[in-house]
Design a protein around this ligand. Structure first.
Ligand code: RB5
Length: 151
């Protein structure tokens, strides 16, 4: 699976470690930056390009990290076709995909430690949308322009 990852300075350390671990698991990881720790950088500069790549199917899913995960989530959700959420627990990490077709997971680099974050990301990446009729109906209601029903 080809996935994308992005962070500002608040999530940089967690991004680097997640990238390393996911690469070892045979994921193809595209890094949308930042490429270096820069305390002056801004999360939208990395999260928005990542989100566009997810929306355009250049990568299958995205991981967006900032200090709290809040800014990353706000920025990602502005991109049509992206369904992002700040995740801190295992249940939401997989159910967000199964029911809500979440395609970007947002994490707080200053909130969630690497071991928990790695488990959350694995739960997110291995989960599949169920295409349940009621879930599709809710997604269309939530985002009429961004979510197309399958033919
Ligand atoms: C950056 O200092 C911090 O505000 C940012 O990483 C994030 O936490 C925003 O939501």
């Amino acid at each position: 699976m080809k996935i994308g990852i992005a962070s500002d300075h608040g999530g940089f350390e967690l991004k680097q470690e997640l990238k390393l671990r996911l690469s070892r698991q045979n994921y193809t990881v595209v890094d949308f930056g930042n490429d270096a720790l820069d305390s002056e950088d801004d999360y939208p500069d990395y999260v928005v390009p990542l989100s566009r790549a997810v929306a355009n199917n250049e990568v299958e899913r995205g991981i967006a990290v900032c200090g709290s995960g809040v800014g990353a989530s706000i920025a990602a959700n502005k991109v049509t076709g992206v369904r992002a959420a700040l995740i801190t627990d295992h249940f939401a990490a997989h159910q967000g995909v199964e029911d809500d077709n979440m395609n970007v997971i947002c994490l707080g680099g200053r909130i969630t430690g690497i071991e928990t974050a790695f488990e959350l990301v694995q739960a997110f990446l291995t989960a599949k949308f169920t295409y349940g009729e009621r879930h599709l109906r809710r997604l269309v209601k939530a985002d009429p322009s961004g979510f197309k029903l399958p033919d």
